[in-house]
Design a protein around this ligand. Structure first.
Ligand SMILES: Cc1cc2nc3c(=O)[nH]c(=O)nc-3n(C[C@H](O)[C@H](O)[C@H](O)COP(=O)(O)OP(=O)(O)OC[C@H]3O[C@@H](n4cnc5c(N)ncnc54)[C@H](O)[C@@H]3O)c2cc1C
Ligand code: SF4
Length: 567
């Protein structure tokens, strides 16, 4: 399609880009999709090499050339950071994800109304100066049918109705839950004794061989059942039991004959015309030569950091976009946030747990301290996080679970390790972060990537609301461990940088206070769409993938309806 005009140009073919490609090509649109990484074969992405995949991701080809700068304040120059979100291959980070596939709760979409306007924040005694809390322009009910589509096309295993805090659903999960592990049992029983409401976390991992039935997309190939190998989180699944677009949506999109996939092609900027419409993209081809592809619609599905970078790099020539494309609000890059990932660890003298074993997404959780599910009066913070245990630790990564009073080397470490390697597990908390404009992504003024483009620069710090929430949730985790009979318990508070990143191109109804509308469509450039967690106005205690997938299905449907764009 080089030289001609594509109906749609997709930038980034990971979780979101894969779904968009399937839906749009199936609707008969001609799509050119750019992916800056290669299309890996199973043997290449499923290596169980813990050094590269977990300890030193900068060794990975898909990470090495795409660092970002991280700093905690504007006075610092910042340091290089290498991460696997995004993982630059066809299929994106969804190849490496753990597979935890929860929907957001209905209240997650209405944080301003429920927690600020209602007076709850005042009762909690929280000072929200500096925070910029808003409602989403859409709610749980708008996404419910698309959550369902995601669950049935990607094969989610779980128990509907087990979590009393979950939103209503029309259909159960398509698959029964994954097998229980010892840690799930210990956690669940202790949480129940404390009066909490443990539930089995939904997992996009096939507990049985699975192919979507009608009315869902029956063209998606069958996947075998999980073999509980323990190498989930950070690795590609060698049997494709863990859902990824590489083995579901992308093959179907290719089958339509309407998809031209250009791998090893990095998009450098979005082009526009004098009328302010997007006209296509400029990209580096596999030989590093700058090329152009024209399109009627451009969709960014390249994850948070790249969305901000591409918009800021696409200033255009005239006055119109001098702050960057789609940035009349000045909000591109602002209100960046993520989870303050934290863990409480427990040692057990009376149980063998084998914490390294099982599927990464085989999880037991409670939502009693998530979102707005508990009384915040006097706590000094609003919102919360999920608390639970899952198998997100492969064998080697569990070697550094060492209590603070034990040396992590020499004889003492060896003795500890011999006794306790099989007798530990961790309770994982995913506390939310509220949005603030001073937590942001912009372009580094000096450092560039191998294509000569400025690196994305993150400026981020946790503030009072989060810090109080972290301590509160740590206490809950420790309480559950003590109830479960742990002989030693210790907490690892969050590192300075957030995980499961969101924000930077906020969704909203007011063009002065948001970048895209409820269909992920730019307020300023109507034929430009930005899809992914970058559009989240606020977050949830859950990770993002089920929600961004639902947004991708919904956005694709909206684009398909604009038939007059494609004559
Ligand atoms: C180890 C790990 C565990 C995780 N576990 C979970 C979990 O349990 N549950 C959950 O919900 N989420 C989890 N996640 C997060 C999940 O992977 C992401 O939410 C999801 O993949 C994001 O989808 P995306 O399409 O927005 O981005 P990605 O899937 O990362 O895809 C973005 C794609 O865009 C491409 N791209 C970027 N820039 C360009 C450019 N300029 N030109 C061309 N292509 C470009 C990238 O190469 C990439 O392929 C995990 C992530 C990791 C790394
Ligand atoms: S535990 Fe299951 S889903 Fe995870 S990598 Fe192994 S086979 Fe795949």
């Amino acid at each position: 399609m080089n030289g001609s005009i594509a109906d749609v140009c997709i930038v980034g073919v990971g979780a979101v880009g894969g779904i968009l490609a399937k839906q749009l090509t199936s609707a008969g649109l001609k799509v050119v999709a750019f992916e800056r990484g290669p299309a890996l074969k199973t043997a290449e992405y499923a290596q169980r090499d813990s050094i590269s995949y977990i300890a030193r991701p900068d060794q990975l080809e898909g990470v090495r050339h795409e660092p970002r700068i991280f700093r905690t304040s504007t006075t610092q120059p910042g340091n290089l950071r290498y991460g696997t979100s995004p993982f630059n291959v066809l299929g994106g980070s969804m190849l490496l994800w753990t597979g935890q596939a929860s929907r957001f709760m209905p209240g997650d979409f209405k944080v301003y109304s429920n927690e600020v306007a209602s007076g709850l924040a005042d009762r909690a005694g929280v000072d929200l100066r500096g925070y910029d809390v808003v409602d989403w322009p859409i709610g749980y009910d708008d996404l419910e049918p698309y959550y369902e589509r995601f669950e049935w096309e990607f094969g989610v295993a779980g128990v509907a109705g087990m979590n009393p805090f979950a939103g209503p659903r029309r259909k159960p999960y398509p698959l029964p839950p994954l097998k229980m592990t010892a840690r799930m049992q210990l956690f669940g029983e202790a949480a129940k004794r404390l009066g909490y409401h443990p539930f089995i976390g939904p997992a996009a991992v096939t507990s049985e061989p699975y192919r979507p039935p009608a009315p869902y997309d029956t063209r998606i190939p069958e996947r075998p059942a999980c073999v509980y190998c323990g190498h989930c989180n950070h690795y590609g699944c060698h049997v494709n039991a863990k859902a990824s677009t590489l083995h579901t949506a992308i093959p179907v999109a290719l089958q339509t004959g309407n998809l031209e996939l250009r791998t090893n092609c990095k998009v450098a900027n979005i082009t526009t015309d004098d009328g302010g419409m997007a006209t296509g993209v400029k990209y580096f081809d596999p030989n590093g030569v700058l090329q152009e592809q024209r399109a009627r619609v451009v969709i960014l599905s390249a994850f948070v950091f790249e969305h901000v970078r591409l918009l800021l790099l696409s200033k255009g020539n005239g006055k119109r976009f001098k702050k960057g494309l789609a940035n009349s609000s000045g909000l591109v890059g602002k209100c960046f946030f993520g989870h303050g990932d934290m863990r409480v660890y427990g040692l057990f003298d009376n149980f063998i747990i084998n914490g390294f074993i099982g599927s990464g997404a085989a999880a037991m959780r409670i939502d009693d301290f998530n979102g707005n599910n508990f009384d915040h009066t006097g706590l000094g913070f609003i919102r919360g996080g999920t608390v639970g245990c899952s198998g997100d630790g492969a064998p080697v990564s569990r070697m550094d679970i060492v209590p603070p009073d034990v040396r992590s080397w020499g004889k003492e470490y060896k003795e500890y390790f011999m006794r306790y390697y099989t007798r530990t597990f961790d309770i994982h908390m995913a506390p939310e972060t509220l949005p603030r404009r001073d937590n942001c992504v912009d372009l580094d003024p000096r450092r560039r990537d191998r294509w000569g483009l400025p690196l994305p620069r993150v400026t981020f710090a946790f503030h009072a609301n989060e810090k109080r929430m972290h301590l509160f949730l740590a206490d809950i985790g420790e309480r559950i461990f003590r109830e479960a009979g742990a002989s030693k318990v210790w907490t690892e508070l969050p590192r300075p940088s957030p995980t499961r990143q969101c924000g930077g191109t906020r969704m909203g109804t007011d063009p002065n206070h948001s970048v895209v509308n409820g269909y992920c469509q730019s307020h300023d450039v109507p034929n430009l769409f930005i899809v992914g967690s970058s559009v989240f106005p606020t977050m949830s205690g859950y990770p993002a993938t089920a929600t961004i997938s639902a947004l991708a299905y919904r956005t694709a449907e909206y684009i398909e309806r604009q038939r007059d764009w494609f004559h």
